[in-house]
Design a protein around this ligand. Structure first.
Ligand code: UDX
Ligand code: UDX
Length: 467
């Protein structure tokens, strides 16, 4: 038992940071070193003030407080950490390719490949290399090929151990996972490597929740799990549009179908659309893989999940524009929330960005408030859209310190993230500070529609008939 003594994790992001923190907390005898090519990120992980960690996750501060400096270290010395490690996790980002073959669909593996090359060049003793990043099926083979050509000729084993944590609940998900999935080769060396990783998770995860498979099944399961989850959101969102024109109420429908134990209640919350770094990217990746095997019907089926999601965001923006008589020019729209979901400061693929883009095309003015997303990140997201200059974005979009400040003098409020705190706002105060009629677009069905209508708001909610 306990043959792994030193772990290195390359990539101190939303996955690598929390995952390694929990492994270090639960396995005090293993030295865990998290490295990252971004030195500023490492410095942020090492800050004294734990409220300033580079990512926000409920409960993470306590885990880091316990393990950091004891057996958890954040370092910029990548080569040294590789040399010292028995097991190396690759947890770098794998965004959708923006160029060349597979542009807009396939995952860009250049950073994963760079990690494999660096490990091959530096290692002088046997290593178990663990894919933590979500990768297209059969990436392990590419990693293996690179490692086998290592100048030092040391032996490598490659495992797939996809992470299923959701942002905002990462620490809870890591402490109490539904399952841990480990894929490896079926020969004795592969099985021994699997066993070494199983022993790490056994420190806190019951054995029956640790599933072992071959590498390809593990890689494909991760893509498929995300595709199924996203499909549920697109399914309920597609029905929400039907509800709006027929008078059915999406929350009543979701409850009625979700109580069927075969369907289950989770991931049936209609919304302005799913965001986050995984769903769209992983589905596009799945679609790309299917097409590369000429499985066009299968590819079309999954691609529709992404199309419905884009449609949902567009129709939300269009509803705002239409309700303001197609003259949004110069009117202020308050955005409550910018993160892709509550309890995270992550904004990757956030629907708020797409809705903002559509409104800015109509020359609206935006006032954005999010409790956890920093002002510079909001402007960075907007600048990334490229169809307006950075100066335009500064002029058209104002980042507010509070929901009250954002809503003052606004013609409409749009709820883009389901932060609980929006429920306890003084909505009468907000109403009296706004232009009239005061419109409210609840993109998360978070607020009490009747109570707001009583105050005087005209409320448009997802999947509910409009006034
Ligand atoms: C993860 C997974 O790894 C990705 O495959 C999954 O689909 C989404 O979640 P995440 O942790 O969210 O990625 O990404 P990010 O927060 O961007 O962190 C990745 C880190 O890797 C960054 O800090 C980046 O600086 C670092 N990195 C990237 C390296 O250290 N070296 C590189 O070569 C590339
Ligand atoms: C997801 C997977 O859940 C996780 O297992 C995987 O490791 C990474 O991708 P994440 O993207 O962090 O996690 O969050 P998730 O809770 O899945 O939400 C994704 C998006 O779907 C969010 O924008 C969320 O608001 C939206 N969503 C989710 C809905 O609109 N309705 C729902 O019912 C559930």
């Amino acid at each position: 038992m306990g043959r792994i003594k030193n772990i290195c994790c390359i990539g101190a992001g939303y996955v690598g940071g929390p995952t390694m923190s929990v492994i270090a907390q639960k396995c005090p005898n293993i030295r865990v070193v998290v490295v990252d090519s971004n030195e500023a990120r490492i410095a942020a992980w090492n800050q004294e003030d734990l409220s300033q960690l580079p990512i926000y996750e409920p409960g993470l501060e306590q885990v880091v407080a316990e393990a950091r400096g004891r057996n958890l270290f954040f370092s910029k010395e990548v080569n040294q950490a590789i040399l010292d490690a028995d097991m190396i996790f690759i947890s770098v980002n794998t965004p959708t390719k923006t160029y060349g073959e597979g542009k807009g669909m396939a995952a860009d593996l250049k950073w994963v490949e760079a990690c494999a090359r660096q490990i091959a060049d530096v290692a002088t003793s046997p290593k178990i290399v663990v894919e933590k990043s979500t990768l297209p099926v059969r990436t392990a083979q590419a990693i293996k090929d690179i490692l086998q050509n290592s100048p030092s000729k040391v032996s490598f084993q490659v495992l797939s151990n996809p992470e299923f944590l959701a942002e905002g609940t990462a620490v809870q998900d890591l402490l109490n996972p539904d399952r841990v999935l480990i894929g490896g080769d079926q020969d004795p060396e592969g099985q021994a490597a699997i066993q070494a990783l199983v022993e790490i998770y056994q420190a806190w995860v019951p054995m029956e929740k640790i599933l072992t498979t071959n590498v390809w099944s593990s890689e494909l399961s991760k893509l498929t799990a995300n595709a199924f989850l996203a499909q549920r959101v697109s399914s309920i969102n597609s029905v929400s549009e039907l509800c709006e024109v027929t008078g059915a109420d999406i929350e009543e429908v979701a409850k009625a179908i979700g109580t069927d134990s075969r369907i289950g209640p989770k991931f049936l919350k209609a919304s302005v659309g799913f965001g986050g770094s995984c769903f769209q990217k992983d589905i596009l990746n799945l679609v790309y893989i299917c097409r590369s095997f000429q499985l066009h019907e299968v590819a079309d089926y999954w691609e529709q999940v992404v199309k419905i999601n884009a449609h949902q965001r567009e129709r939300f923006a269009k509803k705002i524009i239409k309700s303001l008589y197609y003259t949004v020019n110069g009117k202020t729209i308050a955005f409550l929330g910018w993160a892709f979901k509550k309890d995270t400061n992550d904004t990757r693929e956030s629907p708020a960005i797409y809705v903002a883009d559509a409104l800015l095309d109509e020359r609206a003015l935006l006032a954005v408030y999010d409790p956890k997303v920093a002002e510079e990140k909001i402007y960075r997201d907007l600048d990334f859209l490229e169809n307006r200059s950075s100066e335009d974005n500064k002029r058209l979009v104002q980042v507010a310190e509070s929901a009250y400040e954002a809503c003052k003098d606004a013609s409409a409020v749009a709820v883009l993230t389901e932060w609980e705190e929006f429920n306890s706002l003084d909505w009468e105060r907000i109403y009296s500070s706004m232009q009239k009629p005061a419109l409210l677009f609840d993109g998360r069905n978070l607020l009490n529609k009747q109570a707001l209508e009583k105050i005087g708001f005209i409320v448009h909610a997802i999947g509910k008939s409009s006034p």
